[in-house]
Design a protein around this ligand. Structure first.
Ligand code: GTR
Length: 331
């Protein structure tokens, strides 16, 4: 780690006071995941594309592994221009930009293909565009698979099995409401604190996709994984509007193209990572409960739609729900 977070923040403030507009450094990009994770590798690919397209004029330096803090913290830094790029999940954006609530809704997408079609299409565009008002240029969405519950106590087969469990959620009221609608107690907490909290029994469980459940080793402490697949919210790559506005039109186009080109690369890496993680975890001896009929979960969480969305966002929801996609399956 080249510097501490404190040095980073002060260095940042200092360099801006001295006029950070003058000499442009490489764009700094944050990610909570380590270097080999598909989101980080995708931004790395984007960096390569960008260097090539601009003859090295634009470049990206990635700070992976949560070096710069939690997603909530890095979002604030990005908003104020201290970070240029940030790859985050949609959940920490929920309290900032209401349109990001839509893809984070439980059981919105029928399949990964449905999610990809919606995010590649008009709904995705609307959501990315809505971020500008909050200081972010939304560049692209990356996959995050489907999130399922896991815990230290027992298999979850139906909502009643969740009663009384303390479940960690991301910092979003929508997730708190979702978990509480299922009869569990929600504890918002940043990602980096979850492992310790599981081990110490501060929480009984959490929810995430296969690659994150694997990568964080949460499975060691919480081996009961039940495929509720309740949320398929994608990840998003953001640029600080402050940096975006300093780019020329050509540079903006190069950034946007490089981000777009990284999406299929990410998806390929992602699909392989999901399959590998699942296989590895089953071999490691987790107790996997496959839930084929999710309707009982779906009914319990349905009220959060009306609770969290205004009429305009509900319209976006019905657009997504009625979209048809060519090839559908789940992954
Ligand atoms: C992961 C996601 C992270 C973070 C994490 C969490 O799936 O990739 O960006 O949101 O979940 O649960 O905090």
């Amino acid at each position: 780690m080249p510097f501490t977070r404190r040095e980073f923040t002060w260095g940042l403030a200092g360099s801006c006071l001295l006029g950070c507009e003058a000499a442009e450094r490489p764009m700094w990009s944050a990610d909570t995941h380590p270097q080999d994770y598909p989101t980080v590798r995708a931004v790395d690919y984007m960096a390569k594309q960008l260097r090539e397209a601009t003859d090295g004029e634009l470049d990206i330096r990635i700070y992976s592994g949560g070096q710069l803090g939690s997603e909530r913290d890095t979002l604030e830094i990005t908003m104020f221009g201290g970070l240029d790029l940030n790859r985050v999940n949609l959940a920490p954006l929920n309290p900032i930009a209401p349109a990001t609530l839509v893809p984070a809704l439980p059981f919105l997408f029928r399949s990964i293909e449905h999610m990809r079609a919606a995010m590649d299409g008009a709904p995705g565009r609307t959501i990315l565009d809505s971020l500008e008002a909050h200081g972010f240029k939304g560049l692209c969405f990356y996959d995050s698979g489907a999130r399922s519950f896991y815990n230290t106590k027992r298999p979850i087969r139906e909502p009643a099995d969740m009663a009384g469990l303390k479940i960690r959620v991301q910092n979003s009221d929508l997730y708190v409401a979702l978990v509480e609608a299922l009869g569990a107690d929600a504890t918002p907490m940043s990602f980096g604190e979850v492992y310790q909290a599981l081990v110490q029994g501060v929480i009984d469980g959490a929810e995430n996709n296969w690659p994150s459940y694997d990568r964080t080793r949460h499975f060691e402490a919480a081996p009961y994984y039940s495929t509720t697949e309740h949320v398929m919210a994608p990840e998003v790559l953001l640029m600080s509007m402050r940096r975006w506005r300093r780019l020329t039109d050509d540079q903006q186009e190069a950034v946007q193209n490089a981000a777009r080109a990284s999406v299929p690369v990410m998806r390929e890496l992602w699909d392989a990572r999901v399959a590998a993680a699942r296989e590895r975890l089953i071999a490691a001896g987790i107790t996997l409960t496959t839930i084929t009929d999710k309707s009982a979960f779906q009914e319990r969480v349905a009220p959060v739609y009306e609770q969290y969305l205004n009429p305009e966002l509900l319209e976006l929801v019905s657009y997504i729900l009625t979209m048809s996609t060519d090839t559908e399956g789940t992954s």
